[in-house]
Design a binder for this molecule. Structure first.
Ligand SMILES: [Mg+2]
Length: 380
């Protein structure tokens, strides 16, 4: 099998109403999907989360020549060659470009073997994962949390047994929100809170203390992604697990986090940290510290399906109602999550890990048309 064409799809949509977090109101969500076409006619998919246009430029100008004509089964060698070609800082858009290609190469290689990616990478440790609804989001209303109760009711009706609301409005408001949510859902539904890098360490500690009685499973990204001393200070000051890592792109960044004892739960995103290859290296590093790793995922069905494969590969660790790893599910209105058919959440709040070849994705590119802003192709 050889890669004969790389197709890029830059996509986006405007959430209506806008969805917010502690740092920003998200009025537009942009993505890039990469489709690798093999000489067999098979197609493999990869994704970029944060900087689609910059990553697309790097794929087209720097990386496409390395992948075209190559065998997807050489994903390990190609990863090293791509990293070596970029040479400079191994994070940011360069790593995102590599991430998309690594994901698509794995998808193709697994399809060629007739197995799932998890099977190809050594075998899934589990066939189902507990899912958590990544929602509700902050709004621009006078009370940014005012809609949370109704939305959480709707989330529970969809089958979820875990919710991850956005927080970070103020420590006092966070505390009231989290305690009200715990009263609403009872003791058995997991609550995680995402602050999206919105606080200083001191504010995050105050917020964590005010939320403590809500029995949170974790507090996510309380401070800026690179503020390792801040994460370490929060982790030392409060009993709640501190999670993060979705914005970190390199193995070295995770090494620094781990060495500092800064986080208790790592959430690398396959579209940011180097695809499956980067994710599994981070997971190996975390295993040496006996810390749980789960994929962060907040994008299209491509990353969602890849995250299910990756989450099936990491060892279970205790923590809360269900053992880690959990799988994140973007519970906002996201048409690109359902573009190839909805991935169901089962009545017990879990999701199945697909066992079909690759990631089990059957995506015809024409389906993307309503959201495409730019397409491009690279040929051998
Ligand atoms: Mg997050």
């Amino acid at each position: 099998m050889k890669v004969v064409e790389i197709r890029g799809y830059q996509l986006g949509f405007a959430p209506a109403p806008a969805i917010g977090n502690a740092r920003t109101m998200i009025r537009r969500r942009d993505f890039m999907l990469v489709e690798l076409v093999a000489d067999t006619g098979a197609r493999g998919w990869g994704e970029v989360f944060s900087s689609p246009a910059a990553a697309a430029a790097l794929v087209r100008t720097r990386l496409s020549g390395l992948v075209l004509g190559a065998s997807p089964h050489h994903h390990g060698r190609l990863y090293e060659v791509m990293l070596g070609t970029l040479g400079y800082d191994r994070r940011g858009p360069g790593m995102m470009a590599i991430s998309a290609l690594d994901m698509a190469l794995h998808d193709l290689a697994a399809q060629d073997r007739g197995t799932s990616v998890a099977e190809m990478l050594g075998g899934a440790l589990r066939g189902v994962l507990p899912a958590y609804a990544s929602a509700p989001f902050i709004t621009e209303a006078a009370d940014p949390y005012g809609h949370y109760q109704a939305e959480v009711d709707a989330i529970l009706r969809r089958g979820f047994r875990a919710v991850k609301p956005r927080a970070g409005v103020s420590p006092r408001a966070d505390g009231a929100m989290a305690l009200a949510m715990r009263r609403q859902v009872g003791p058995d539904v997991a609550i995680m809170v995402d602050i999206n890098q919105g606080y200083t360490a001191r504010a995050a500690i105050e917020s964590a203390r005010r939320m403590e009685e809500a029995d949170l499973l974790w507090i996510e990204e309380p401070v800026q992604a690179e503020d390792i001393p801040g994460y370490a200070a929060i982790s030392a000051a409060v009993p709640t697990a501190i999670a993060g890592g979705e914005a970190l792109g390199s193995l070295a960044a995770f090494r620094d986090v781990l060495a500092a004892g800064a986080m208790s739960v790592l959430q690398p995103d396959l579209t940011v940290c180097g695809g499956y290859t980067g994710f599994l290296r981070i997971a190996a590093l975390a295993a040496a510290y006996d810390l749980p790793v789960m994929p962060h995922v907040f994008g299209t069905v491509v990353n969602m399906r890849a995250a299910l494969q990756a989450a099936a590969l990491v060892p279970a660790r205790r923590g809360g109602a269900s053992a880690y790893p959990w799988i994140e599910y973007d519970a906002s209105v996201n048409p690109l999550l359902d573009v190839a058919g909805a991935l169901p959440v089962r009545p017990d709040g879990t999701m199945e890990v697909p066992v079909a070849p690759g990631t089990g994705l059957d995506l015809q590119a024409e389906r993307l048309a309503p959201w495409v802003t730019e397409t491009w192709r690279c040929n051998a």
